[in-house]
Design a protein around this ligand. Sequence first.
Ligand code: NAD
Length: 356
Amino acid sequence: MANYKIAVIDGDGIGPEIVAQAIKVLKKVQTLSGNTFEFNHVLMGGCAIDKCGEPLPQETIDVCLNSDAVLLGAVGGPKWDTLPGHLRPEKGLLGIRSALGLFANIRPAVLYKPLIDACPLRRDIAEKGIDMVVVRELTGGMYFGERGISEDGKTAYDTEKYSEYEVERIAKIGFEMARNRRKNVISIDKANVLESSRLWRRVVERVAKDYPEITFSNMLVDNAAMQLVKNPAQFDVIITSNIFGDILSDESSMVTGSIGMLPSSSLGSKKLGLFEPIHGSAPDIAGKDIANPIATILSMSMMLRSSIDMPEYAKKIEDAVNTILEQGYRTGDIMSEGKTLVGCEKMGDLISEAIK
Ligand code: NAD
């Protein structure tokens, strides 16, 4: 029997509501498996600004570093939108990723069969199936490059910068992932214009040679944006930079129906990872028990595969989600005619009960 320490960042808005459902699911896994989870709640984001005067207190970093995995709800909201950049809740997000050395953001986008009506694409396109994963570089590129603004405020710049080392390590994660999937990798860049993209392409092509069993190709980011809605079935594993990944992963998530369905993990070179839904804190629906907790629950499935060695329970969680969707239960964001509308808490109950 093992004991796993999980740092829990409830965050703001719907964060505490969806995190409670994820914990419910892990407690069911605990009962069935005999392994135990120790949950340590820590502050980050707007609630940390309110209580400690900063978005990412050192104690939060320490508890996370001393854990097997981190569960995060979401941070931010209008209450803190007028604060200066370094005090914004989002600063906590960037800070925790770099403090934990998390350089890879993994975002699977799967269209669940019972949700085919929620897919905004034409039915014949949706019926071909959507099952892809975006592997996004998380600690380099423009979000971390040199930036500035002129004294008169009329000119500003940000810098896209990548080293071979940064590209190589993210590429390897993508190719390793493809080994256990449909063995297809598409690397997305803008090599026809950007020097940094030409380096990116050169390095990924070199890494690809170590994986002869994987079908590999490059795609320009503007074409990728189009292909994701034209023919999403062609994508298995996408490897891309921080900014392109940020944009394309939101696009890939929307083609699967609802942002409330999609989990993510952020990984580094150690086992410790951070697991969170891809959506934000949804202040417009906070406290109403109507948020969809499935993205957060599926993030627990990713946790049980990557940071905690319980892959059989990861599968049980995914099966339970599918069962409940097949039985017709829906939160408001994925509701369609003839289905049964349930709230956030009830959805958490149903899924945890369905884990066998
Ligand atoms: P959002 O993802 O919070 O919400 C976008 C829309 O999707 C809203 O209409 C919301 O109600 C809906 N939605 C989101 N999650 C849902 C769920 N689980 N179930 C049902 N509907 C859901 O994006 P936003 O409105 O642009 O941002 C709100 C706040 O969240 C901002 O402060 C933003 O900075 C922050 N944010 C945080 C993270 C994070 O913590 N990782 C990510 C993105 C945005």
